[in-house]
Design a protein around this ligand. Structure first.
Ligand code: PLP
Length: 412
């Protein structure tokens, strides 16, 4: 119901623009960080829910279950063992805080570090959710360019030196080092060593966002920055959104108690949802290690379909590197393509894409780039969606000129 009461005069100052009402997903949906519906381990989650509730359901009577404010203890125990095995992180359940998705982790870390007017370093292309938070907080985000090996360390050094000359000490260096969003790069171990040296020399902590680290085709990853740091100047966040399912809303922060205690003091929600933590802990203890390679095999197959479709429908007009993991392809179209305009025209034709400028601190650089999520659409939808996108792009920008080796204007 929409009444006659006027809320406008009593609204808080500085609110973001109102949300747009959801009208359903596009037919060909390449946006967001959604997962593959066929890979959600539904039967095993049902079994896990039944078991854990039968055994421990009565603990739901207490805020924080019987585990206290850092989150369900068996889930933190699972994470401590998993992080040791896969990321080289030596920590215990006491070093972990379960959050409502890693987005809450971002908010809590930002909460303890950032004031309006502060400066941070961030990969030039980065997660929109992180960039938007910084904008809204009035924080100056210095974009560091990437190459095929991730964040360019020479550019980090230059930025830190430049800021130092201006008496500015950045609050953190935010990085998605292990399957970067959106570029899909993995920061090499050598670069990690260099980045840690710079962080220590300048007294600037590293904020490591590792939510895609499980989704690597060959399963090989360098140790986490958190694991490699000799001084403990790294805050690490992760998530179950990409390895299991985003709607569960379960993420985590790994940090020394000195910092975790600060974040816990800001986490005034009386605990993240208990059922999903319990179900995840029960499922993961038994099935996580076999679930993940199955998931990544399926994702890799969808990436192959996407790259084939782009090659077939855009030819050389679509440039991209074959990412080592993840759920996104970062694609460059010819300079003539204004990707914001393309995304609007494509949406009208049922194809949703993420325009590059929303994922970058450098608007001119990202003007003709887009991010495509290949995890969620089916193989068929990927093929049809890319074909439709190419049609729209040719109509709007005369790109691509050739499809499947047939000159379009000659064919028309
Ligand atoms: C780099 C990065 N960090 C954090 C998030 C937030 O994920 P969630 O809150 O679902 O854990 C995302 C989601 O796409 C992401 O790409």
């Amino acid at each position: 119901m929409s009444g006659s009461f006027d809320f406008a005069p009593v609204l808080a100052q500085g609110l973001p623009a109102p949300a747009v009402k959801w009208k359903g997903s596009a037919k060909y949906n390449f946006i967001g960080g959604n997962n593959d519906a066929d890979q959600v381990p539904v039967e095993r989650l049902i079994a896990a829910a039944r078991e854990v509730l039968a055994r421990e359901g009565k603990t739901l009577a207490t805020y924080g279950l019987a585990s206290g404010p850092q989150g369900y203890r068996p889930l933190r125990d699972f994470l401590a063992a998993k992080l040791a095995r896969t990321a080289g992180i030596a920590c215990t359940a006491d070093d972990i805080l379960i959050t409502s998705g890693s987005l809450q982790g971002l908010d809590l870390v930002n909460g303890v570090f950032l004031n309006r007017g502060d400066t941070v370093l961030i990969e030039q292309e980065s997660y929109q959710g992180s960039l938007n938070r910084l904008t809204r907080l009035g924080v100056n985000a210095v974009g560091i360019p990437l190459d095929r090996e991730g964040m360019r360390i020479d550019a980090v050094a230059a930025a830190l030196d430049d800021l130092k000359r201006r008496n500015i000490r950045p609050k953190y260096i935010y990085t998605i080092p292990t399957v970067q969003n959106p570029t899909g790069t993995i920061l090499s171990e050598e670069r990690r060593v260099e980045l840690l040296k710079l962080s220590e020399a300048h007294g600037v902590p590293i904020f490591e966002d590792d939510c895609y680290a499980d989704l690597i085709w060959d399963g090989q990853r360098p140790p986490a920055l958190y694991a490699m740091s000799k001084t403990g100047g790294v805050i690490h966040i992760g998530s179950f959104s990409k390895s299991i399912a985003p709607a569960l809303r379960v993420g985590y922060i790994v940090a020394p108690w000195e910092m975790l205690s600060r974040m816990l003091a800001l986490k005034t929600d009386a605990g993240s949802g208990a059922l999903e933590q319990m179900v995840l802990a029960e499922f993961c203890a038994a099935h996580f290690t076999e679930h993940v390679p199955k998931l990544t095999r399926g994702l890799r197959a969808k990436l192959d379909t996407l790259m084939e479709a782009l090659n077939a429908h855009f030819g050389t007009a679509a440039e991209f590197d074959d990412p080592k993991g993840g759920i996104f392809l970062w694609v460059k179209l010819p300079d003539v393509v204004d990707i914001q305009k393309l995304s609007q025209a494509a949406l009208a034709a049922g194809v949703a894409i993420n325009p590059g400028p929303e994922w970058s601190t450098n608007k001119p650089y990202s003007r003709s780039r887009m991010r495509l999520c290949f995890a969620s659409p089916t193989h068929e939808a990927i093929r049809e969606g890319v074909a439709t996108l190419a049609e729209v792009c040719r109509r709007e920008f005369d790109v691509p000129e050739r499809i499947a080796n047939v000159a379009q204007r000659a064919r028309a």
